[in-house]
Design a protein around this ligand. Structure first.
Ligand code: 1JT
Length: 253
């Protein structure tokens, strides 16, 4: 389904990453992939994972450094000469910000969370658009805490609200270039990021019990939805936030 398509994946840390599940689904459908990694610490992990794929590229990219973002896209332009899709699976907030009350969020934590988790999508969309010569598809990852209060999610909820809104504004701007922009609102998944969060096990259990499908969603299920969104099967969909959460979000009491 993605034969002859080139994709760029932001946010792989290890094999449990949502970004890696998306990459596996896309590679399995014939895409060639470029990966970015954040920090030398993750370089080896990402190089090992990407090494099993044909004709892949691995480049460093810290989204708080505009020159690094430009260099990553320059490397993709040089190797492939074009780009068809981007998967953005990046978020960060200082650990203290994901505990206690939202009202105590510091200026610094707010700025960092919004810059890395939300602004980076706009920055990446702008850099990607000139390479998307035949149109393209951009997919980002959100969470339910963007629209309802989820204890402890705090400033990340505010950042995800900005991310979902950015998805709509970017979709409106880039539609004339046939570039689609969509978000996946995934249910909680036990990734490296989630592992640092207090009471994650309790949250996973609660969500599994309450959701219509009576279980948690898998990273592979999110990856398959990302595959749909970057493929031509979703050619009429843009600016949307699609839930991949075993139905959790539809439930009231
Ligand atoms: C980040 C982290 C972004 C964890 C995240 C995230 N988006 C979803 N999760 C999992 C999660 C976290 C909390 C939560 C529910 C789900 C950690 C590093 C920074 C970025 O609250 C109940 C806190």
């Amino acid at each position: 389904m993605l034969e002859n398509k080139i994709g760029m994946i932001f946010g792989v840390a290890n094999k449990r990453s949502i970004a890696w599940a998306c990459a596996s689904a896309c590679a399995g459908s014939g895409a060639k992939l470029a990966f970015t990694y954040q920090g030398e610490r993750l370089q080896e992990n990402v190089e090992k994972l990407a090494g099993d794929l044909e004709d892949s590229l691995v480049v460093p990219c810290d989204v708080t450094d505009q020159a690094a973002v430009d260099a990553a896209f320059a490397a993709v332009a040089e190797k492939y000469g074009r780009l068809d899709f981007v998967i953005h699976s990046i978020a960060f907030a200082p650990r203290e910000a994901l505990e206690g009350e939202f009202v105590t969020t510091t200026r610094d934590a707010f700025r960092t969370a919004l810059e890395i988790s939300a602004f980076s999508l706009t920055q990446i969309a702008l850099a990607a658009s000139p390479l998307m010569k035949d149109g393209g598809s951009i997919v980002t990852m959100s969470y339910y805490g963007a629209e309802k209060v989820v204890s402890n999610y705090n400033v990340m909820g505010v950042a995800k609200a900005a991310l979902e809104s950015s998805t709509r504004y970017l979709a409106a701007d880039l539609g004339k270039q046939n570039i689609r922009v969509n978000a996946i609102s995934a249910g909680p998944i036990n990734t490296l990021s989630a592992r640092g969060v207090k009471n994650m096990g309790t949250l996973l259990g609660y969500v599994a019990e309450k959701s219509p499908l009576k279980r948690n969603v898998s990273a592979a299920e999110v990856g398959n939805t990302a595959l749909f969104l970057v493929s031509d099967l979703s050619s009429g969909i843009t600016g949307e936030t699609i839930y991949v959460d075993c139905g959790y979000n539809i439930m009231g009491i």
